[in-house]
Design a binder for this molecule. Structure first.
Ligand SMILES: Nc1ncnc2c1ncn2[C@@H]1O[C@H](COP(=O)(O)OP(=O)(O)O)[C@@H](O)[C@H]1O
Ligand SMILES: [Mg+2]
Length: 497
């Protein structure tokens, strides 16, 4: 095995945070090497050290066996290292070809040789199956294609070590599979690939070897063929996932907390998005909503949370009373778009966690004592395992998983009658997912009515007590959670049971 690059004893601190703690990692020519770990495990920091973006406090980097000094990404590029960032670093006004060759332009008589640039892109595209129109302006391209441009740029600079930090976060599942094929092709030419991810399915599908990080340290090294999801999870979170407890059945009790009656919603073009949808959720049960994307889930949830009026004939009732328009405080809501709808970016974590609960801490006319607000935030952070350097950091600085836990902490502690949750484990890792599921079951068992929308059938079957299927805006079927995914899938595509 010929080593392309090695990180040796890398330690990196950010103030009190030990992001990398004596990490050794070696990547060989021609392999796809996955680097996995939960959010905050230190993956991005380690890759930034390798790419010259961070200087380690101790430790060093070897390239093809030689110790190298990396003071900047320019040094890294000179040593044959390339990186595809989570946030792309492309020039939107330039073409694909210009972006690919930038910094290493073919020059003829002192000027950029456009024809040569185009040819270079076409050659690389063909060779690696990375399709991109060389003359398209990058700013007009979808993210999947922009990512290809970043990869093409690294290949054009003849990167021999290619680092990709969570590359599939911006891709659809189909695009992710295509990317993995490309990585295979690139690796087959001898390039060493470091694939950073927190998704185990990707590790198992796309890598040759795996290094696992937890809290800044290496907790496992495996060959992919010789490991499995259980072993990787154990290394990632320090324990196995608790096997799903024998399902405790819901004991729904009493009159519906949420009633949806004859809901019909039309869009701006008068096309029906929901047609005569009626159902009820009782206290103490989780009702799941399944459907292919765009089947009316968005409109349904907007109506239930009071974010849109219930249409011409419909009614949304909370404990028998119409939902209030705007945002009804009796409904807790965990939206899919955690950093958009869910949180106010200008607030600190402590302030965000307070929203909707001000009355409980209000003290007379002097408003909110900030010590109490912060103490409450620290308490919630602990209970919900939110890892943040401090409760005073802006909510927008939290990672996806931690932002999700913060929104759940805020919404689940509102003691509302009804909780509406969209995609509870999208973008979070396995440990967080398990925790979020437990919290939802707890809320259910306290007598909350839960409406759960998820695009993951496995999640619906694990959590929901009943699953309703939306197809083209109509409720077409209701299942118990033991229904097979095949049956659910048929109902979701309009093949009725
Ligand atoms: N620039 C930075 N300043 C302060 N803390 C940071 C910085 N970058 C990362 N951290 C902290 O270092 C730890 C590891 O972060 P990171 O390497 O981004 O993890 P991962 O990529 O595995 O999610 C986290 O606790 C994170 O908050
Ligand atoms: Mg990261």
């Amino acid at each position: 095995m010929e080593l392309a690059a090695e990180l040796v004893g890398v330690t990196k601190r950010f103030g009190p945070v030990l992001a990398n703690d004596g990490v050794d990692l070696a990547v060989a020519r021609g392999e796809v090497h996955a680097v996995v770990g939960e959010n905050g495990a230190g993956k991005s920091t380690l890759m930034s050290v390798l790419y010259g973006l961070h200087r380690p406090d101790s430790g060093h980097v070897l390239r093809a066996g030689q110790r190298i000094r990396l003071r900047s990404p320019a040094d890294a590029i000179r040593h044959g290292l390339g990186m595809v960032h989570q946030r792309f670093r492309l020039f939107p006004d330039l073409t694909v070809a210009e972006n690919v060759v930038i910094g290493a332009e073919p020059v003829t008589a002192g000027r950029l040789d456009r024809a040569a640039a185009h040819r270079a892109v076409t050659d690389l595209s063909d060779r690696y199956g990375l399709r991109a129109d060389p003359s398209a302006r990058v700013g007009t391209l979808p993210v999947g294609v922009r990512q290809r441009v970043e990869i093409l740029r690294a290949l054009h600079r003849r990167a021999e070590v290619l680092i990709l930090d969570e590359p599939t976060a911006v891709l659809t599942p189909g695009e992710a599979d295509r990317l993995f094929e490309v990585l295979r092709t690139v690796a087959a030419t001898g390039v060493a690939i470091l694939l950073v991810t927190h998704k185990l399915t990707e590790v198992l599908a796309a890598s040759d070897r795996v290094t696992v990080l937890r809290q800044g340290r290496v907790t496992g090294r495996f060959t992919t063929a010789g490991t499995d999801a259980d072993e990787l999870v154990h290394a990632m979170i320090g324990r196995s996932l608790t096997p799903p407890a024998p399902r405790r059945l819901a004991r729904p009790d009493g009159a519906p907390a949420l009633g949806v009656q004859d809901l019909t919603v039309r869009d701006g073009d008068d096309v029906p998005r929901l047609t005569a949808v009626s159902f009820a959720v009782r206290p103490g049960e989780i009702v799941g909503i399944a459907g292919v994307a765009g089947s009316g889930q968005r409109e349904l949830i907007d109506a239930v949370t009071g974010l849109r009026p219930p249409g011409e004939s419909g009614r949304i009732l909370l404990d028998g009373l119409p939902v209030r328009q705007g945002r009804d405080p009796r409904v807790a809501y965990v939206p899919e778009d955690r950093h958009g709808r869910a949180t106010a970016p200008e607030l600190s974590l402590a302030e965000d966690l307070l929203m909707g609960a001000q009355h409980r801490l209000a003290r007379g006319r002097f408003g909110l004592p900030s010590a109490a607000v912060r103490a409450r935030a620290r308490d919630l952070s602990e209970r919900f395992a939110i890892s943040a350097a401090s409760v005073d950091i802006p909510i927008s600085a939290l990672s996806g998983g931690n932002a999700q836990k913060a929104v759940l902490a805020r919404e689940l502690t509102r003691e509302s009658r009804v909780i509406v949750v969209e995609e509870p484990s999208q973008g979070v890792d396995v440990g967080v997912r398990e925790r979020v599921h437990a919290l939802l079951i707890e809320a259910r068992d306290r007598g909350t009515a839960v409406l759960l929308q998820s695009s993951e059938l496995a999640e619906l079957r694990e959590l929901a007590d009943r699953i309703l299927v939306l197809f083209e805006g109509r409720l077409v079927a209701e299942f118990t959670p033991d229904a097979t995914e095949a049956r659910l899938g048929q109902a979701m595509t309009g093949v009725l049971p």
